[in-house]
Write a protein that binds this ligand. Structure first.
Ligand code: PLP
Length: 423
């Protein structure tokens, strides 16, 4: 439902998750929001419908005394379940507005369609999520949009080097950064990207910064506060948290999110009301789940860090002063989260033996659920990525990505121990 008052800033986000943007009086005083399984809504009367249409289509401003807080038209524009979720998630992001999507890719692709034109350059971090990589390199290029990658492993110097390539600095419209990156947990400097965007935004020109915050957000990383324009999520992951839905979200300034909502209505990647009902439920426990997952990850990482079969551990909590990424991590992240990756001995064969021996971890793609998951990115999530980009992105033969769930940490460690014995 449309919130009629802004969230009280003295109340903490986790408290808002139980009540904000829902009025029980509109639904028989049901404590939990009902599920609005309807495609269409009846109008109060014809004049009200006309007035609402004029206001939402920008033909005139809302007049004193007009109330559209409980007016809906059609569930491809919005629906009360979608709005409750959006207005609660934006609180965590410290954003003016939020738009929900039917998947993370729905959010990411809508961002691209809403803001890019032929001739524009997207400066994007590498490596990035496999489907984002495909969208940038194989779809947007068909529409005259040029992706130019910068490697997170090269830090801010990598971004500056990409900008110096011919025809980049004057054509950049969007700096797109996924940090930490999937699957190698590399980190990029969001505040620096925002500074570069400001430097390039002169006169009429506006360069935007969008951050894929799926791995740490919204609890452990707050890109809006660091200067980003748009924060994107695969809400399928930590926000949904139960591996039982697909969804996406974008938070940012009201005007930008309105533009994305317009494209969402036209292109159709709107989530189902039931999905948003589940997401609203999930937001109630998101902080608890993410804290437990992060606490488990810390124990698991301590075990893996010294294991003889583990050649390398990629985990934000493992960065040391002096690591190039450490300073960025310290100023940008509120914790290391629940994601990590390891490189085991014996290459792909070793990785496969390890994965096949796991009993508590599921061998599955995706992440951020209550259950622990492990996957071999090279042959699954990142199989379509160009082999050269894959190697440069650190997606090696022996890399195994792990999402640490909320089980008992000792059980997770016992499972890893017996699986590593088989490597
Ligand atoms: C999963 C994921 C996506 C895509 O989200 P879907 O909900 O699967 O469409 C985008 N970015 C990252 C970092 C992801 O992990």
């Amino acid at each position: 439902m449309k919130a009629t008052t802004p969230p009280n800033p003295d109340v903490h986000p986790e408290t808002h998750m139980m009540r904000y943007a829902y009025d029980p009086a509109l639904a028989s005083h049901s404590v939990k929001p009902p599920l609005y399984l309807t495609s269409t809504f009846s109008f109060e009367d014809a004049a009200h419908a006309k007035a609402y249409g004029e206001v939402i289509n920008g033909l005139r401003e809302k007049e004193e005394g007009e109330d559209f807080s409980n007016t809906y038209i059609y569930s491809r524009d919005t629906n009360p379940n979608i709005e409750i979720f959006e207005q609660r998630l934006r609180i965590w992001d410290g954003a003016e507005a939020c738009a929900a999507f039917d998947s993370g890719m729905g959010a990411i692709s809508t961002l691209m369609w809403a803001f890019l034109n032929p001739g524009d350059v997207v400066l994007h971090s590498e490596p990035s999520y496999g489907c984002t990589d495909f969208l940038l390199k194989s779809i947007l290029t068909r529409f005259g949009i040029r992706p130019v990658g910068f490697k997170l492993s090269e830090g801010n110097a990598g971004l500056e080097a990409a900008l110096k390539q011919p025809g980049v600095a004057d054509k950049v419209k969007l700096i797109y950064i996924e940090t930490p990156s999937n699957p190698s947990i590399a980190i990029g400097d969001i505040a620096y990207c925002a500074q570069v965007a400001r430097r390039l935004s002169v006169g009429e020109r506006r360069v935007m910064v969008a951050v894929d915050n799926t791995f740490l957000g919204p609890i452990y990383q707050k890109p809006i506060a660091l200067g980003a324009d748009i924060v994107l999520y695969s809400a399928t992951k930590y926000i949904g948290g139960h591996s039982d839905l697909l969804a996406g979200a974008a938070s940012g300034k009201q005007e930008d999110i309105n533009q994305m909502k317009l494209y969402r209505a036209m292109l159709g990647p709107i989530p189902a009301p039931h999905t948003c009902w589940l997401l609203t439920r999930s937001l109630e426990t998101m902080q608890l789940r993410m804290e437990k997952s992060a606490a488990n990850a810390q124990k698991v990482a301590a075990f893996l860090a010294t294991h003889p079969k583990v050649e390398k551990l990629h985990y934000l909590g493992n960065l040391k002063p002096g690591d190039a990424a450490y300073e960025t991590y310290k100023k940008q992240c509120l914790g290391p989260g629940g994601m990590m990756a390891i490189e085991v001995i014996n290459g792909e064969a070793g990785a496969f033996r390890f994965l096949n021996a796991l009993n508590v971890f599921h061998q599955a793609v995706s992440l951020g659920g209550n259950e622990s998951l492990a996957v071999h990115p090279k042959t699954t999530t990142h199989a379509e990525v160009d082999p050269e980009d894959r190697i440069e992105g650190g997606i090696t033969d022996s890399l195994v990505r792990m999402s640490i769930g909320i089980e008992n940490a000792d059980d997770l460690i016992a499972d890893l121990k017996q699986a590593l014995d088989k490597v």
